[in-house]
Design a protein. Structure first.
Ligand code: FPP
Length: 231
């Protein structure tokens, strides 16, 4: 059955927030400025989706490959990330969204890891979820899941086992993956979860994405006929 506006709101939209650097260049500003505008846009789009009734949103904030960027840029993204965490703690009670960090967090300082866990715990009883992928790689996520299962003594690993053991656990797979910035690839994002996701690519640079364009993308999603391998 093809889903229509009347009977289905996407349960999960994932965003690859690409184009901050080019946006900054276009405005004759340093790349770090593009990320700070991108971080504001992330707040706006995540809240907009939640208000629209999308129960789960995932954003790709920093990949396991992004450490290769100049240190100044990495530091700027990490600073924005820390700012967001402090804000989430400070503004506790103002939002109905649970925050979940997906990715390998062992590389972060202990204090940051503790803050991440604190925010997750603080928001854990909320119905909607915002997954922030940080030091995230889809292949690494699958390997981590398999190693967790091996450590538990599992001998025959099933698809369900992996689905339950990936970082995002109980969060359903994305209905839509939206990549801004014009590149046509997934860049190691949600490889396990993207098996039947509908993919959307827009030339719009992340800081320029509007809520109207999000509405248009959701409209296009309604027109797609998801057959999950059937006819
Ligand atoms: C890709 O654009 C974007 C990133 C690698 C970082 C995304 C980070 C943010 C939006 C801000 C921090 C997030 C949080 C959760 C506070 P790019 O730099 O590759 O852009 P380009 O392709 O134009 O160079």
């Amino acid at each position: 059955m093809s889903e229509t506006k009347e009977n289905y709101i996407p349960k999960h939209i994932a965003f690859i927030m690409d184009g901050n650097g080019r946006w900054a260049k276009k405005h004759l500003m340093p790349r770090e400025y593009g990320h700070s505008v991108g971080a504001k846009k992330f707040r706006e789009i995540a809240q907009y989706c939640a208000d629209k009734g999308v129960e789960n949103v995932t954003v790709y904030a920093f990949s396991t490959e992004n450490w290769k960027r100049p240190q100044k840029e990495v530091d700027a993204i990490m600073r924005l990330f820390r700012e967001y965490i402090s804000e989430a703690e400070r503004d506790f009670g103002k939002s109905d969204v649970r925050i979940l960090f997906i990715g390998n967090r062992n590389v972060f300082d202990e204090d940051l890891q503790n803050e991440m866990s604190r925010v997750e715990k603080l928001t854990s009883d909320r119905k909607k979820t915002l997954c922030i992928a940080i030091n995230y790689g889809g292949r690494g996520e699958i390997v981590d899941a398999v190693n967790t299962l091996i450590a538990l003594g599992k001998k025959n690993i099933t698809e369900d086992d992996i689905t339950r053991s990936i970082y995002s656990g109980a969060v359903p797979p994305p209905d839509m993956i939206v990549r801004t910035g014009g590149e046509l690839r997934l860049s190691n994002f949600l490889l396990w979860q993207s098996d039947y996701a509908e993919l959307f690519f827009t030339e719009t640079l992340w800081p320029d994405l509007t809520t109207d364009e999000v509405d248009c993308l959701i409209e296009t999603f309604y027109q797609r006929n998801r057959r999950y391998g059937g006819i």
